[in-house]
Design a protein around this ligand. Structure first.
Ligand SMILES: NC(=O)c1ccc[n+]([C@@H]2O[C@H](COP(=O)([O-])OP(=O)(O)OC[C@H]3O[C@@H](n4cnc5c(N)ncnc54)[C@H](O)[C@@H]3O)[C@@H](O)[C@H]2O)c1
Length: 392
């Protein structure tokens, strides 16, 4: 298979999908890898390192897109990249389609295979979202603490307080991977922390990790309104997998907060989880921070993109396994071998194949298992296997 790795063009996005070590593995497995020149530079990886791993460097993005069977990237394609879409092109990346009807339409109309990192699911775990959520959760507190400075419009408090002065109150909505990572940093920085989730088991787990260092609360609008009013910083990290984020923090709740408080809406990539941030992302208005009702709102849809060295390594560690399986077996056989990958297929053969996206955007759902059950082992796979006498 020909694997193409274009340079990311989204605002503030500096990651690349994989490391030279992953490229070397693809090449050893008999695949061709094209990398757009300077695609890895901001993540600290040079063209020469990719070349030494066996990649071919191309100068133009359009060549990478047009000459590849699978595009392996980080963030969802932007409208300027839709012109490269064509039938059976595999696009393996974060897609967040429920919040992006335009991209969904382009993938369906062009019959692309859209494989979304964020919906690959093993039990209740989203293994390809997890590493970026670990990064985003840690960064959420770092960014929130920065915005609490007066110079950034914040109320001017330090999270830990000082002897004789109370610490700041950090409220974390959603006790999943982002929420747990954010809690770890907020607790470490000495803040008073309240964690809210709709799932009592998650609250029990996080309670067992942080013991008396945090308070936990069940999620309902009454509890959210109560703690948001008292918060210096709110980190919103709720997720209903594949769906648009629920708007749990209303404008009326925001109006009750003290001026200069901060809301970090990490769930902005799923459409935004507050009434004021919903539908506004850093990509469609270039605005990563805005102040409304004297409250500072942070809405960056690709927080890990701001720390590309750490994030690229973590992303590559998680996603390379399935990229290799798709390249070695073809996407259908890869889904049969790794059933969790099937939940990552959001579009294929002109259909939406992921239920929450079909429901949220009003598409007819095609059962992915109907598409993958027909075994069409691609020629390149059979040839590679015969050549190397290997079995998968
Ligand atoms: N902006 C970024 O750069 C970035 C990076 C990574 C992840 N994210 C986003 O952060 C969000 C969280 O990701 P995650 O990996 O932590 O997900 P997760 O599934 O691990 O956790 C989500 C949590 O939200 C809880 N939840 C769902 N509905 C709720 C409600 N009504 N009230 C309270 N809690 C509720 C769930 O029970 C779960 O514990 C997702 O939207 C994800 O896409 C954003």
């Amino acid at each position: 298979m020909v694997i193409g790795i274009p340079k990311e063009i989204k605002d503030q996005e500096s990651r690349i999908s994989c490391t030279p070590a992953a490229v070397q593995q693809f090449v050893q497995d008999g695949h061709t890898v094209y990398v757009e020149t300077k695609a890895g530079v901001e993540a600290g990886i040079t063209d020469m390192e990719f070349e030494e791993a066996g990649a071919i460097i191309l100068d133009r993005a359009e060549d990478v897109w047009e000459m590849s069977d699978m595009i392996y990237k980080v963030k969802e394609p932007l409208p300027s990249e839709f012109k490269y879409f064509r039938e059976d092109l595999i696009i393996y990346t974060y897609l967040h389609l429920a919040a992006n009807p335009e991209l969904t339409r382009a993938l369906v109309d062009n019959k692309c295979v859209g494989i979304a990192f964020e919906t690959v699911q093993v039990g209740s775990i989203l293994p390809l979202l997890k590493p970026m959520s670990e990064v985003a959760g840690r960064m959420a507190i770092q960014e929130g603490a920065r915005l609490l400075k007066r110079t950034h419009g914040g109320k001017g408090v330090v999270l830990q307080g000082v002897p004789g002065v109370a610490p700041a109150h950090v409220v974390i909505l959603g006790a999943g991977t982002v929420g747990t990572a954010a809690t770890r940093i907020a607790v470490g920085m000495g803040a008073r922390v309240t964690v809210i989730d709709i799932n009592v088991d998650r609250l029990a787990e996080i309670g067992n990790i942080f013991l008396d260092k945090i308070e936990t609360l069940i999620s309902n609008s009454l509890n959210i309104a109560k703690v948001v009013k008292d918060a210096d910083m709110v980190v919103s990290s709720v997720l209903i997998p594949g769906r648009k984020a629920p708007q749990l923090i209303t404008e009326d709740m925001v109006k009750t907060m003290e001026p200069g408080s901060v809301i970090v809406d990490v769930a902005i990539d799923q459409g935004g989880s507050t009434e004021l941030t919903a539908g506004k992302t850093s990509d469609n208005n270039n605005e990563t921070v805005f102040i409304k009702h004297d409250i500072v709102h942070y809405l960056v849809a690709n927080i890990p993109g701001t720390v590309p060295r750490t994030a690229t390594q973590a992303l590559s560690n998680a996603t390379t396994k399935y990229a290799g399986a798709i390249a070695n077996l073809g996407w259908k056989a890869a889904c049969r071998k790794h059933p969790e990958l099937a939940s990552g297929i959001n579009t294929a053969e002109g259909y939406v194949t992921y239920k929450p996206v079909a429901e949220d955007l009003g598409y007819e759902l095609k059962n992915i298992h109907e598409l993958i059950s027909i075994s069409k082992r691609p020629l390149f796979f059979l040839q590679a296997r015969a050549r190397r006498n290997i079995s998968y």
